[in-house]
Structures are given as C-alpha cells and as structure tokens.
Design a binder for this molecule. Sequence first.
Ligand code: GUN
Length: 292
Amino acid sequence: MSKIIDGKSFAASLRAEVASKVAVLKERDGIVPGLAVVLVGEDPASQVYVRNKGKQTVEVGMQSFEHKLPDTTGQDELMGLIDQLNSDDSVHGILVQLPLPSQIDEKAVINRINPDKDVDGFHLTNVGRLSIGDNGIVPCTPLGCLMMIKDQLGDLSGKHAVVVGRSNIVGKPVANLLLQENCTVVITHSRTKNLVEECQRADILVAAVGRPEMITGEWVKPGATVIDVGINRIDAGDGKTRLVGDVDYASAEAVAGKITPVPGGVGPMTIACLLHNTLQQACRINNVEVPE
Ligand code: GUN
C-alpha cells in the first residue's frame, strides 16, 4: 500500500458507491434524494464549494437545489427559507454554507433545520447523538478522515490518537469518532503545554488548526498516520499563491508511515461524505433501509 493516502481516488469510489445506492433507492422505493444548499453573500471560496457540491450532487443522481441570497439577507428571511425547505418533501438534506454574514445568528439558523434533514451534523441533536455514540449524522470532514484512517489501519482499538485543534466542525467531532473506535484520544489546542511532545506520542495525528505547515517532521512519530485537514492559501513568492495544509508535508512525509497530501487528501472526501449523508437522511426520513 502506498504511503500517500489518495483522498481523490477514495472520494471517487465513495461517490460511485453512493451513485449505485441512489439508483437502487429510485428503482426500489421511487425516492430521489434531494440536497438543498443555501449560500448567503458572495464569498469567493464559498461560491466555489457550492458550485462543486451542486455538480457532484447531480452526478450521483440526486436532485440539487441551490438558494443564493444577498449578503444583506436578514435573520427572518433566512429562517423562513429553512422552514420552507423543512416542509418540502423533495428536500432530504439542507446545508447552509458557513460562515454567514455577521447580522445572522448562525447557531439559530443551524438549529432551525430539521435534525433529520441536517447533512452537516451541526444541529445540537446530531452533536448530542455523536457525543453519546448514537450516531445520527456525522459532520462530513471528520467522517471523511475516519473513513480514510480505518481504510488504512483497520481496527483502531488502543491506538493513541492526537487531534490538533478543537473546533466544533472538525476537532471535537473527529475526536469523538476516534474515541468510538476505542482509540486513546488527546485533543490539543493553542493552550496545550508541550504540544510537540504530545504529537510525538501519536499513532494517529490529525491536524486541524488552520496554521500553514505548522506541524513538521520533528513532531511526527516514525510510522505514524498523519491526517492533514488544513487548507491554507499562502504566498508562493512569485506573485502566485499555493495551497498547503497544517502539516509541513516534505518533512513529515519522510517520517510518517501514511500521510494525506494537500490538495488531494481530506479535501475531496468532504463533498463525497456530504452525498453519503444526504443518502442516509433520505432513507431515514422515508423510513426505508439504506441500500446495501
Ligand atoms: N464551510 C466550510 N466548511 C463547511 C461545512 O462543512 N459545512 C458548511 N455548512 N459550511 C462550511
């Protein structure tokens, strides 16, 4: 097996698997999963994500609904749209692209979504389900990380996992998932003492801090599995920019047993897992089995 974990090809096979299950669901139950994506404002990175989500949703045979609202949109208007999507039977998944403009209360919007249509796993009900090990829907990026780690390592029981970063979107949920797999999990953050030593103990090191190339080879235990969730655009020095992770790939790759590159590692898994989650929710809402 290669040392480099190829997220691009893993994501392509997950999408193919979702597409074949969507075809069965259509044939067997007459259900076509529908994903609604809501974008408020014109953040260029968010526009790219939303466009890619729409394209890949259609490619796996689902219906894609895009709602683009101006950045002046008020709370009531956005809540009204969520209510409308909650009661629309052709919509099985609702994703509100984050971040939202400052006049909007993000938490209130997320918690307005029917938890059975929440495909981000950000609704308090789904966060609670994950924390007690009663998995409803799991956030997409952490789910993608776990799928790749299990694919590489198989049984994770007793492994020492260190997560760098404690965000609600990645750090905390990925730690919960690793705990469910019986790892010994340490969550580290900006106030952690002896951060380098903590990381050096990791069999599985998940970097999700948003600091370009912070984690170098010196931090990595020889043979460890390194999962880099960071997506940072840095100045390449020639007037162009370059995409890098939170891990200094060149030095870490020399020490790690397995490592995800940036780009082409965790990134492509996020949308593939979103489609996976939408299929799960379409089955849950309609009370039918997810096709084998
Ligand atoms: N913005 C960046 N990542 C995400 C994500 O996973 N979900 C949503 N809704 N917004 C995001």
